[in-house]
Write a protein that binds this ligand. Structure first.
Ligand code: NDP
Length: 322
């Protein structure tokens, strides 16, 4: 079978489309024939070596949807089941062995493409707005990179919860898209000072929460947008790692809360995983959560998908087709 691996870690040109052995599932695992693969920034971190993998060459990809082809002993899945998953590395491939603990059934009315687009970024939007800082009417939040894959879903999840949403983006085209997806205010953070906008919109009070996936270029300014005891959710580093933070700064800026969450810790309980996935499928079915598929590349062209993601050219989701 074909797969894409990073050999060695480095730039997009290090992604190699290679022949590898078809894996077999053990107990607690399922062999999935992959139909659609989600591209995520975490794939870039594993490709560059920012996140370390134990194996070499490094398996890339954490998200896919497909059809169960074989199961390990005692499985709750059956060959032919439609499934999707996030957080199991090695999805840039024609087949993947996936731990049952991360798999969900995909309802018949959800396409494989939509399921692959929903799992990782959708569950991230869900846990950030339902669990990390549970949003409700009366809250005002800031969402950086709001036109991105996570960003567009996060804007919509925050609106479903009833919050007021400020999104940041780099271009006018992205600003329009974010507005179309329900954001109340959009700031071109490459040109305007988003801290001023946040203060103006909240009449000087400050925001309840910032969802910051951009990292080094926005982190410290984001702290300045928060109300006393507001929450800084630093959940990514698309512009580079944040680096060391002195806890005293949280006290100086108003007894702030800082968290650096990861999806894995919000879906490790099977009930939580099922809750998040079923909410996402239902929101999508009801038209509350619209998916913006930016482009689908053949698996062999994964390097170009990475180039597009890293150059800030994509809006919404990038997919690969095996
Ligand atoms: P996106 O589609 O959001 O792409 C990244 C976006 O970040 C760009 O489109 C760009 O938007 C913005 N950006 C700002 N500065 C830079 C820069 N220097 N280089 C590249 N992009 C930049 O990617 P994803 O939706 O896949 O992921 C978004 C973030 O969320 C990532 O940091 C990822 O690691 C994180 N994440 C975290 C999870 C968690 O559980 N902790 C789970 C899932 C994702 P613009 O042009 O508008 O500035």
């Amino acid at each position: 079978m074909k797969a894409v691996v990073a050999d060695p870690v480095g730039g997009p040109e290090n992604l190699k489309y290679v022949d590898v052995g078809k894996p077999e599932p053990n107990a607690g695992e399922v062999l999935v024939k992959i139909q659609a693969i989600g591209v995520n920034f975490i794939d870039v971190y594993f490709r560059t070596g920012l996140y370390k993998a134990p194996e070499a060459p490094v398996k890339i990809g954490s998200e896919a949807a497909g059809i169960v082809e074989a199961v390990g002993s005692g499985s709750r899945f059956r060959p032919g089941d439609r499934v999707a998953y996030a957080m199991a590395r090695g999805s840039y491939a024609e087949y993947a062995v996936v731990p049952e603990a991360v798999l969900v059934h995909v309802p018949d009315d959800i396409t494989f493409e939509d399921a692959a687009a929903l799992m990782l970024q959708g569950m991230t939007a869900h846990y950030l707005t339902r669990s990390t800082f549970p949003l409700s009417a009366g809250h005002t939040c800031l969402i950086h990179a709001a036109a991105g894959g996570v960003g567009l879903l996060l804007v919509q999840a925050a609106k479903i919860a009833g919050a007021t949403v400020i999104g940041t983006v780099s271009t006018e085209e992205k600003a329009r898209l974010v507005k179309q997806h329900g954001a109340d205010h959009v700031v071109r953070y490459t040109e305007e000072d988003f801290t001023k906008t946040a203060k103006t919109i909240t009449n000087g009070k400050g925001l309840d929460v910032v969802y910051d996936s951009v990292g080094s270029s926005t982190f410290f300014k984001s702290l300045d947008t928060l109300r006393p005891r507001g929450m800084m959710v630093s959940f990514g580093q698309s512009s580079g790692p944040v680096g060391p933070v002195d806890p005293l700064i949280l006290s100086q800026k108003g007894s702030l809360f800082l968290t650096r969450p990861s999806l894995a810790n919000y879906v490790s309980d099977p009930k939580e995983l099922a809750w998040r996935a079923s909410d996402l499928f239902e929101w999508h079915r009801r038209g509350l959560l619209k998916l913006q598929i930016h482009r689908t590349y053949p698996l062999a062209e994964a390097a170009n998908a990475h180039r597009e993601l890293e150059s800030r050219a994509s809006m919404g989701k990038l997919l690969l087709r095996p």
